[in-house]
Every structure is written in C-alpha cells, then in structure tokens.
Design a binder for this molecule. Structure first.
Ligand code: RIB
Length: 299
C-alpha cells in the first residue's frame, strides 16, 4: 500500500531508510558472551535516511521520503514523526506482514556508540518505488541516499536525477563496496574518515570527509580544496551526526549555497546535533545553526 500517488514538488528527496532506534546506555562496549547491566533504555526515531530527511526539513527544505515501512507500531512512529516534521509522505510504502527496520544501539559513557541494523521492510525498496516517484525526483533540487538502502534503489534514483540535472548526495554509511557506476552518479559523497578510505581514486566529483569535532575536509577530484574547522560541543551522544551533516548539506545546496558554504552550514548543524539524546532530539533549525556560525564570526 502506497500513499496517494500525487506529486507534491520537493526541494530534497531522500531515498530513505527508517529504523526505530532501541537505545541502551552502557558503560562500555560489551564483550562477546558478556551480559552488562544498562543505565537506561529508550526507543527513538532513527534510520540514516529518515534522520537526514528530518535534518534537511529542520534546515528549511521541503523534503519528501521514498521509503518502505512495516504496518506496525514502529511504522506508525515513523509516520507520526514525518507528519510533525512536515515531510512529504506520498511515496511511503507500507508493507503488510513485514516488520519496520530497527537498530539496536549501545551508547557508551564516552558518548561513542555501536549499532546493529535489521532493515526489515526497507530491504524491499527498489526500482518500483523509484519509478512511482520519478516525477518528484526529476523536479527536486537534491536527491540523497545512504548505504542503508538497497543499492538498486539508489542507482535507479540517481540515474533519474543525473539525467534531469538534479544534485545527488550519497552518505556512504555503513561502509561497503560501492560500484564505480554508482560513484560516477554521485555529485557529493559524505563519508567519515574510515568510510572515506575506499572512495579516493574512484573518480568521485566531490568527497566531504566528516571528522567529528575536527570539522570536515572537502576534496574535489581527489584534491583537498578546503578544510572547515570543527566545534567543541558538550557531547551527549553522536547518533545521527553524520546524517545531520548530509541532510543539512542537502538543504543548503537546495537553497543555492556553494559546496564550501553548504559544508560550513552542515558542519554547524552536525555539531549541534550531538548535544541531545539520540538521532533527532538536538537536530537544529536553520536559525539555531546560523546562530552558532555567527558566534564563530564574532569570536
Ligand atoms: O546514523 C545513525 C543511525 O544509524 C541510527 O539512527 C540508526 O537507526 C542507524 O541507522
């Protein structure tokens, strides 16, 4: 079952994953075979795609998601979130008899985390979902995806986007081999340092390597062209920081910022995102991230 197939135009289209994040806070990584008592447990909205979509929407972009969810409580949690965030859901497919995606997350006392994702209904996202949304993809300014969705869906969407002159952004997380065909269709890749290793030398137009509190580095045709200073924040946890960067970058490009300006905007948004619990609680509005950037200019 897909929502009514109308086509509200969007600035940013996200080929999205959705997960309910099952977050346990534990002192440290758990050893094999060990049981560790957690400090707390929460269920929060997550999924790299949905997180990036929320980030872009809070930065002022009109955002639509192309995504599969289950007909279950976690799927309803997704729909409630997207409604609250003003995200267009005309291309949400609700898959009967399939579970929504879930991510089991352990957040350690030092703020770092480890994540196991079971994609559930998201594993079925493919060409058919993209075909139904071809009109909104062609009329968008930016199309973004992550490695959490099947590559067939990303490839199909990025082919349509490239043919229509729409900017494509791929967050290559979690790290995995990417076919040269897909890399060639990416205008911007946003890996973290470990994900970046396999991407250089493959002809990507632009790679922005995100480095947490160290900021980010912009490479164009494999040459370092700019570095952006990081922020020192009170880190609660880093869940969704990379997704916030990608979503905020998409929103900034959609409103016409250059790649360097957009990376600065995304850097500020990602910095603020680590100051709250879970993926989306502290994702900033445009006014909030611009206020942080202003602070730097005034200092
Ligand atoms: O990037 C953070 C996200 O990764 C979490 O929200 C979790 O759902 C996994 O997809």
């Amino acid at each position: 079952m897909t929502d009514m197939a109308s086509s509200t135009p969007c600035d940013v289209i996200c080929i999205a994953s959705w997960n309910a994040d099952l977050v346990s806070r534990v002192a440290r990584p758990i050893a094999r075979g060990e049981t560790l008592m957690a400090h707390s447990f929460e269920i929060q909205p997550g999924g790299k795609g949905s997180n990036a979509a929320v980030a872009a929407a809070r930065q002022g972009a009109k955002v639509g998601v192309i995504v599969r969810i289950g007909d279950d409580d976690f799927g309803r949690m997704a729909r409630a979130l997207w409604a609250r965030e003003g995200i267009v859901t005309e291309h949400v497919e609700v898959a009967a008899n399939e579970p929504s995606g879930v991510a089991q997350i352990h957040v350690f006392d030092d703020g770092d985390n480890s994540i196991a994702v079971a994609t559930g209904a998201g594993a079925g996202l493919g060409q058919a979902n993209v075909d139904k949304a071809c009109e909104v993809i062609r009329s968008a300014k930016v199309v973004m995806a992550s490695n959490e969705v099947p590559q067939a869906a990303t490839l199909a969407a990025f082919k349509l986007a490239r043919a229509a002159g729409v900017t494509t952004i791929l967050n290559p997380a979690p790290a995995m081999d990417l076919p040269d065909e897909l890399i060639a269709l990416c205008d911007v890749l946003t890996p973290n340092e470990s994900e970046a290793q396999t991407l250089f030398g493959k002809g990507a137009a632009a790679i922005i390597v995100t480095m947490g509190s160290q900021g980010c580095a912009i490479y164009q045709k494999d040459k370092l062209t700019n570095t952006i200073t990081g922020w020192t924040m009170n880190v609660v946890d880093t869940i969704g920081a990379g997704d916030t960067f990608t979503g905020a970058l998409a929103a900034a490009i959609a409103r016409g910022e250059s790649l360097d300006q957009a990376a600065e905007s995304a850097n500020a948004a990602a910095a603020l995102s680590v100051t709250g619990r879970g993926a989306i609680a502290a994702m900033p509005t445009l006014a909030q991230s611009q206020a942080l950037e202003q602070k730097l200019k005034n200092s």
